[in-house]
Write a protein that binds this ligand. Structure first.
Ligand code: SOE
Length: 406
């Protein structure tokens, strides 16, 4: 079994004296591995008032979770999330499971007095998200914090873009254009995993990718979407079960195949409070696009553009410059005075996807240490959930403009 990760005590010597923050994580697949990386690294890079300790990881399969604990650096393994929450060495519960268990685990953790980090989308339904936001608000009064894992806010370039929008560098906003494209479902023989069933995932590309871009757009703009018009589609409606008819999903199938009950793609337009217009595309069928997230904002005075495949860069056009030499310029976001970068490498030595989870851990630990409210809060996660619900409602009515219920 791995030992709890400690910050480098040789440097400065004081880190080990800081009060620890015991983390307990539920789930250890892709997101669990990414969060583990964040927890392992954060105290070694950033100067934190609390010292994160990877106390225990939880999963249903005892052998597999013990192997994951060793691999990912967790001190102990649990097979029941209730036992994880009950541990005295766990102060913070990090939820990295499919959406169908977010609400139950988060509500129990908050009731037990723990801080909570929950992967996106916050829940599978608006009702669950409402209960979670309500519980988080009550827990805040008891000094607990709850945050949603919208990690793309934590790319230095997107944080810089937010700062530039807030400073008025692009002026009054007119357009937002966002796409989040993947292609892992193009093959009709790709198996029916939990992500393709409504009861586990809530929705498909909409909740998985759409949730990210709705949050990112609203964060960058600093406003909420007030209404949407949407189309969704499920291109391949039946898929082979993983492992054939004997797999855990066999209840939903006959002859080794099962129904896809979520969307494969979601397209929608939206309106922000200020009247700015937005378009969104989230799909798992964009052949050749692996994890392509692009966002562009056009304002009266300028434009900003970000591409996750070039995440150390931000494009900026200053529309107030003389037309003779105006144009988009590439800001290399690796300077020490750029967001998060004071603690990393010398200028020009870029960061990657995994650093967003380190930054997420930093912001959460800081909020806990300072007793401040972390963002995105569960209330922010609920608002995104309401946008997703409006998208589904609009799509069901063939794109009728649907207000986001506040
Ligand atoms: C889906 O393919 C997925 O893993 C999402 O669940 C993540 O949130 C996203 O960051 C990458 O893609």
């Amino acid at each position: 079994m791995g030992q709890p990760q400690q910050p480098d005590e040789a440097e400065g010597g004081s880190a080990a004296e800081r009060p620890s923050l015991g983390v307990g994580m539920v789930g250890y697949a892709f997101m669990g591995a990414a969060h583990s990386q964040g927890w392992r690294t954060v105290g070694r890079v950033f100067d934190l008032a609390r010292r994160p300790v990877l106390a225990a990881v939880c999963g249903r399969d005892g052998q597999a979770v013990r192997a994951a604990a060793d691999r990912l650096g967790w001190a102990a393994a649990e097979t029941d999330w209730r036992a994880l929450i009950a541990r005295d060495d766990v102060d913070l519960v990090d939820i990295c499971t499919p959406g169908d268990s977010h609400a139950e685990i988060a509500l129990a953790a908050l009731a037990a007095g723990k801080h909570v980090l929950c992967e996106k989308p916050l829940a599978n339904t608006v009702e669950e998200a409402e209960a979670m936001a309500e519980a988080a608000e009550a827990a805040a009064g008891r000094g607990q914090v709850a945050m949603v894992g919208f990690n793309y806010r934590r790319v230095p370039a997107t944080s810089l873009a937010r700062k530039m929008v807030a400073e008025g560098r692009i002026g009054a906003l007119r357009h937002v254009r966002v796409t989040y494209l993947q292609d892992w479902l193009v093959d009709p023989e790709f198996p029916l995993t939990w992500r393709l069933r409504k009861e586990t995932a809530g929705s498909g590309a909409l909740g998985d990718l759409g949730a990210h871009i709705v949050d990112l757009a609203q964060y960058l703009v600093g406003e909420s979407l007030v209404g949407v018009s949407a189309l969704t589609e499920t291109f391949v409606r039946e898929r082979p079960l993983p492992g054939g008819a004997t797999s855990g999903l066999s209840a939903v199938s006959s002859d080794g195949v099962g129904q896809v009950t979520v969307d494969d793609a979601a397209l929608f337009t939206g309106r922000f409070t200020s009247g700015a217009l937005a378009s969104f595309e989230a799909t798992r069928y964009a052949t050749g696009r692996k994890n392509s997230l692009c966002i562009e904002l056009n304002g009266e005075k300028g434009s900003l553009a970000f591409d996750l495949e070039r995440l150390n860069e931000l494009s900026y056009h200053d529309g107030t410059e003389p037309g003779t030499h105006a144009g988009f310029r590439r800001i290399l976001v690796t300077e020490p005075d750029h967001p998060y970068l004071e603690a990393w490498w010398p200028p020009g030595h870029g960061l990657g996807y995994e650093h967003t989870f380190v930054h997420q851990a930093r912001d959460l630990v800081n909020a806990i240490a300072e007793g401040s409210a972390p963002v995105p809060s569960f209330a922010d996660g609920l608002q995104v959930q309401r946008v997703l619900a409006a998208v589904e409602e609009s799509a069901a009515k063939n794109s009728v403009y649907t207000p986001v219920v506040v």
